[in-house]
Design a protein around this ligand. Structure first.
Ligand code: NAD
Ligand code: IPM
Ligand code: MN
Length: 338
């Protein structure tokens, strides 16, 4: 468990409450990482902690980032370092409108897609540099890293997921009309892997148009595969159209199982509401369901999923939206415990 910063510890406490309710035998270790530790020791993620984390089955993370720490120090030094070191190349982000939840979109659309976001490459890899900093001639470059190996493994993962879903449809989202080098690699890779999955239909959309269709016609998407950066942006849109960022769950997976996968809400540390029990822990609890499913505890995962769905349906009906973080967690835990 890594609570992290801001609302992170508040929502992770509720995730743990629900996890314990369905799986009382779970053994957990809490790690104090984030802004407090950085201020105290200057450390973001010590190697010794990373090594210990490797010995766990899974990681539940709240959020990372604090206004008192220079932007990027914790995000890169802790969160991205975990994703990279643990080879979390599949960043799985379901975008689903639960029954009873109101989408801000007109016409009460049905939304049920899954974004497979690459998790270890793209501009996140950190290539690039700064020249003549602070001068009028400053130059800053951020290079996007795309390897055939990295693209192919996430594309193949997305095809596999699409093949298991009823609609069996995969959309590649990129910007191959401008990013002609990386875009070409992604497009060719999809075309080359596609024959292995003859039942999956494939299409392509530029990320700007995809962003538009997320809000005008989300029903056209089933599985979306995209790079790290585009995936970050479109999944916040995905959250917004399905009831808000407080509901959006994610998993950072190493599907090979060589490293522990990490589950976390899509949202950040929300400094504007931190420490006041205002955060919705539902996204974290839904991430716990993904964690249980990943570890092979399907029955428990389904109970947590059902608890989330029931609580959202009731909330829609009764306007019980004013629960505190803890009250919401207790409600979800009681439902999941049955
Ligand atoms: P954010 O997601 O933290 O907050 C955006 C808005 O959504 C805020 O108004 C916030 O109050 C609200 N919100 C977020 N989670 C909520 C919840 N569970 N319940 C109710 N409202 C919620 O994004 P931001 O403001 O862009 O970033 C804040 C910090 O978090 C930054 O330091 C950023 O780097 C970091 N961040 C971390 C992660 C992560 O750890 N995975 C993700 C995104 C942002
Ligand atoms: C997310 C976040 C992170 C990302 C940041 C905090 C590094 O926005 O998990 O969506 O960009 O991946
Ligand atoms: Mn994000």
């Amino acid at each position: 468990m890594i609570g992290g910063d801001g609302i992170g510890p508040e929502v992770v406490a509720e995730g743990l409450r629900v996890l314990r309710a369905v799986h009382p035998k779970v053994e957990t270790t809490e790690y104090d990482l984030g802004a407090r530790r950085w201020h105290r020791t200057g450390e973001t993620l010590p190697d010794t902690v990373l090594d210990e984390l490797r010995g766990h089955d899974a990681i539940l993370l709240g959020a990372v980032g604090d206004p008192g720490v220079p932007s990027g120090v914790l995000e890169r030094g802790l969160l991205l370092r975990l994703r990279f070191e643990l080879d979390h190349h599949v960043n799985l982000r379901p975008v689903r409108l639960y029954p009873g939840v109101r989408s801000p979109l007109a016409g009460d659309p049905s939304i049920d897609m899954i974004v497979v976001r690459e998790g270890t490459e793209g501009p996140y890899a950190g290539a690039g540099g700064v020249l003549r900093r602070g001068t009028p001639h400053e130059v800053a470059t951020e290079e996007s890293l795309n390897t055939r190996f990295g693209v192919e493994r996430v594309v193949r993962d997305a095809f596999r997921r699409a093949a298991r879903r009823p609609r069996r449809h995969l959309t590649l989202v990129h910007k191959n009309n401008v990013l002609t080098k990386a875009g070409d690699l992604w497009s060719r890779t999809v075309a080359e892997v596609a024959p292995e999955f003859p039942d999956v239909t494939v299409d392509y959309q530029h990320v700007d148009a995809a962003s538009m269709f997320f809000v005008t016609d989300p029903g056209r998407f089933d599985v979306v595969v995209t790079d790290n950066m585009f995936g970050d942006i479109i999944t916040d849109i995905g959250a917004a159209i399905t009831g808000g960022i407080g509901l959006a769950a994610s998993g950072n997976l190493d599907p090979s199982g060589s490293h522990p996968s990490m589950f976390e809400p899509v949202h950040g540390s929300a400094p504007d509401i931190a420490g006041r029990q205002l955060a919705d822990p539902t996204a974290t609890v839904a991430s716990v369901a993904m964690l249980l499913d990943h570890l092979g505890h399907q029955e428990e995962a389904e109970r947590v999923e059902a608890a989330v769905a029931a609580s959202l349906a009731e909330r829609a009906g009764s306007g019980s939206g004013a629960m505190s973080t803890r009250e919401r967690g207790e409600d979800l835990a009681a439902r999941a415990a049955g």
